[in-house]
Design a protein around this ligand. Structure first.
Ligand code: NOJ
Length: 762
């Protein structure tokens, strides 16, 4: 038996008192001692080697850098992990070199950005958040982990849980949108999906929750820009999904690129070592983002590479992604300051512990099964799940006169817009091993489902070319109705894809105006990775279906929805502004002494040139049926601040003629507190399916610590007094209110938005 820990124990000073395979089964104290014994045998260079993550290739040419020189580095123990690698056989061989040919035989960690699927590509994360269904998030992550682990991977850089309130920031596509509670549920669900209940199982992978800090609060929505965020907003909003991920057991985090209140996150000891580790008690593997350790110099907090290495290690960043600052310069920092040595040992310990949890010390080859790889990747079950999840992610923004669903029949449909025929875009900004050829586009699916379709691209999101617009108008004029795909292609959102304008890119508005002028019924299928400002479209179209970038089953999911085989039930995870100048805009803003008032003669907190509301509010989403809400009631009128619980219940009825899903949303407000509280905060939701005429009773149970606030003294405090509870179909469509009183004062321990609300449907 030739594997890492055996070699370490057999060749070393450490007696083989611990049976080899026991590293994984022993109690945590002896596991920790096993790792310490291994560390005691490591040279300084070997220790630093564990902290090094190198690129095995590029995201679009995996494994391409794994040449002879790279393998020599592995043999010398200079590498702890690789990213941008994949393939059961290729990675088995790389692992073999580490395990068989390096002095200590410590296995490598293989990682990749598996963000919304490995080969089976699911909707982009913002779209999955629109399902308001954590089961969707968990199921997608479970499948992604099944495929990625079969391809030799141990670790994904996901979920991305950054709260985004400024859609100019292109990375809004990667997360769950603007809300801390919805974001927390999606974060925890994905961690569970990736990691399962046993990280050492061959089909689970380590989650790498990112980007720890306030990356999404980047000033002006410019990627990588710094964030100035109050401690209260940080604790209550930006960090809540990270806390939820920690509660769900996220085994690793990645640090944000940007600075928070002037301190670059990757060197922020207060945030990382003091808060994340000491205060939260989280002891997992902390990875820098790509060259973020080196960038501490560009941020102006480190004068040299060895300074940068010291700052990151002091902050408790365990692994340096590709910058080779730890590899090349940590030794010098340690020479100058031996106090860094125990910090190095801690980092090595955490990395080895991650390898142990993954089961790599017991069987370093367990993730390299080519037969399993061939069997599970893009299996028909996975494709079916991608279809279902795509359907659940669609949001019906507008449907005047019930234009949708379309009647099946002989009518002729003009399908217009280059996005309808753009397979690559449906894969989104992170596509792992996804391939355009796997995608069924809207055009392909509509042509397959309906014989009478004429397609005309019109124009696309990249050009100013309007020469094909007349052809599209002619197609529309000869048809009974128009289905128009508009929006952004995949490359308008994602990393470094910030925009100063949220309008439709290219000349798509001109295309839209020309088609609207035909007077034909017009259904807009809006695609893309961010909320767009589409007031003209909203005004002049009968129906708008937000379909984001839906993955490989995009076309069939949209066609099913257009024809009513799928009744849309998604809701917006982020507000849609009317204009770019309205952002940032979020539903849970603080009240003002002069709240926004539609009456322009009053001096209030509004823009003079825009209505006071967003175009579509957080939580908005229509259905092909109608739901009514009964009066909500609470099971008690007051609860103690310490340990109290209240249950709010209501009936929801499907009043229409089709089955459909409603997302029952529960909001709270603390009207009088020691600090000003948001006008609404989401505290629970439940997606329910109702048959025509059916009524279900939905209840939510909240604990008193879900009403806590981050006090001026810097503590989670539950204050006495009234809490208003609101239930509705959207943040701007509240159907019932009730209140509960908190008796006494209590202490909370974590961000209230990170705490899950229990819900029941009867
Ligand atoms: C940089 C991105 O910010 C991060 O999200 C990603 O995981 C790494 N690159 C690795 O690709």
């Amino acid at each position: 038996m030739k594997h890492a820990i055996l070699k370490a124990f057999v060749t070393g000073t450490v007696a083989l008192a611990t049976p080899v395979s026991a590293m994984a089964q022993n109690d945590s104290a002896s596991q920790s001692a096993d790792i310490d014994a291994l560390i005691a045998r490591m040279t300084l260079d070997e220790k630093i080697g564990q902290l090094v993550q190198r690129m095995g290739g590029r995201s679009k040419s995996l494994n391409s850098r794994l040449g002879p020189e790279e393998l020599d580095k592995v043999r010398r123990g200079e590498v702890g992990s690789y990213l941008h690698v994949a393939g059961a056989d290729a990675l088995r061989e790389l692992q073999r070199v580490a395990v068989e040919e390096s002095r200590l035989g410590i296995p490598l960690l293989f990682s990749m950005d598996v963000v919304h699927g490995y080969r089976t590509i699911f909707p982009v994360p913002l779209a999955m958040a629109a399902s308001w269904d954590p089961e969707v998030a968990e199921r997608h992550a479970r499948i992604a982990a099944t495929e990625a682990s079969a391809a030799g991977l141990h670790w994904t850089f996901a979920p991305m849980v950054d709260i985004a309130r400024d859609p100019r920031w292109g990375r809004i596509v990667e997360g769950a949108g603007e809300d801390a509670y919805l974001g927390s549920r999606m974060a925890a669900a994905q961690v569970l999906g990736f990691q399962g209940t046993d990280l050492s199982a061959a089909d689970t992978i380590m989650a790498g929750t990112k980007h720890f800090g306030a990356y999404g609060a980047a000033e002006g929505g410019r990627d990588y820009a710094g964030a100035e965020v109050s401690e209260r907003a940080m604790r209550e909003t930006y960090l809540a999904p990270f806390r939820a991920a920690a509660e769900a057991g996220s085994a690793s985090y990645m640090t944000a690129f940007n600075a928070l209140n002037g301190v670059p996150t990757t060197g922020n000891e207060d945030l990382l070592r003091t808060m994340l580790r000491e205060e939260w008690g989280w002891n997992g593997l902390l990875l820098s983002d790509w060259r973020a350790v080196e960038e501490l110099m560009a941020h102006g907090v480190a004068g040299t590479r060895s300074d940068a290495a010291r700052l990151a290690l002091e902050a408790s960043v365990d692994m340096d992604m590709v910058a080779d600052v730890y590899a090349g310069d940590l030794k010098e920092a340690i020479k100058g300051d031996p106090a860094l040595l125990p910090l190095l040992d801690q980092a090595v310990h955490r990395i080895l512990d991650a390898k142990r949890k993954l089961g790599l010390f017991v069987d370093p080859y367990k993730y390299h099964d080519a037969a399993r790889e061939a069997e599970v990747i893009l299996s028909s079950d996975h494709r079916a799940a991608a279809r279902d999840i795509a359907e659940r992610s669609i949001v019906l923004l507008k449907n005047d006169g019930d234009v949708l669903p379309l009647a099946e029949g002989a009518q002729k449909i003009a399908l217009v817009g280059a996005l309808a025929d753009d397979a690559l875009s449906q894969l989104g900004s992170w596509r792992a091993q996804g391939r355009a050829e796997d995608v069924v586009t809207l055009r392909a699916a509509l042509e397959a489902a309906h014989h009478n379709v004429v397609f005309a691209p019109g124009t696309d999101a990249r050009t100013d070319d309007v020469t094909d617009i007349p052809e599209a108008v002619a197609a529309a004029e000869s048809s009974d109705l128009i289905v128009l795909a508009l929006g952004e292609d995949y490359d308008w959102s994602g990393e470094a894809r910030s925009r100063s304008s949220l309008e439709l890119p290219g000349r798509q508005l001109a295309l839209f105006e020309a088609l609207a002028a035909t007077g034909k019924p017009l259904v807009v299928v809006l695609m893309g990775g961010r909320p767009l400002a589409i007031p003209e479209v909203a005004e002049k179209t009968d129906a708008v279906l937000e379909t984001w970038l839906l993955g490989i089953e995009s076309g069939p999911a949209i066609v099913d929805t257009l024809f009513g085989d799928n009744n849309p039930g998604g809701k917006l995870p982020a507000s849609f502004p009317r204009t770019t100048g309205q952002v940032p805009v979020s539903y849970d803003h603080l009240p003002s002494g002069r709240p926004a008032d539609p009456d322009l003669s009053k001096d209030t907190a509004r823009y003079m040139d825009q209505p006071i509301t967003p175009l579509y509010a957080f939580g908005h989403g229509l259905s092909y049926t109608r739901f009514s809400f009964g009066e909500p009631s609470v099971d008690r009128s007051s609860i103690p601040a310490n340990g109290g619980e209240v249950t709010i219940a209501l009936d929801v009825t499907n009043d229409g003629a089709r089955a459909g899903d409603e997302v029952v949303q529960l909001y709270m407000r603390d009207p009088v507190a020691s600090v000003s509280r948001p006008v609404q905060q989401l505290r629970g939701f439940r997606r329910v399916t109702l048959q025509p005429g059916e009524t279900k009773r939905v209840s939510f149970t909240l604990s008193a610590d879900q009403f806590a606030l981050w006090s001026r003294e810097g503590e989670w405090v539950i204050e006495p007094g009234e809490i208003e509870l609101m239930v509705g179909s959207a943040s701007d469509d509240i159907r019932g209110r009730v209140s509960v009183t908190i008796d006494g004062t209590g202490r909370g321990s974590i961000a209230p938005a990170a705490i899950p609300t229990r819900s029941k449907v009867q």
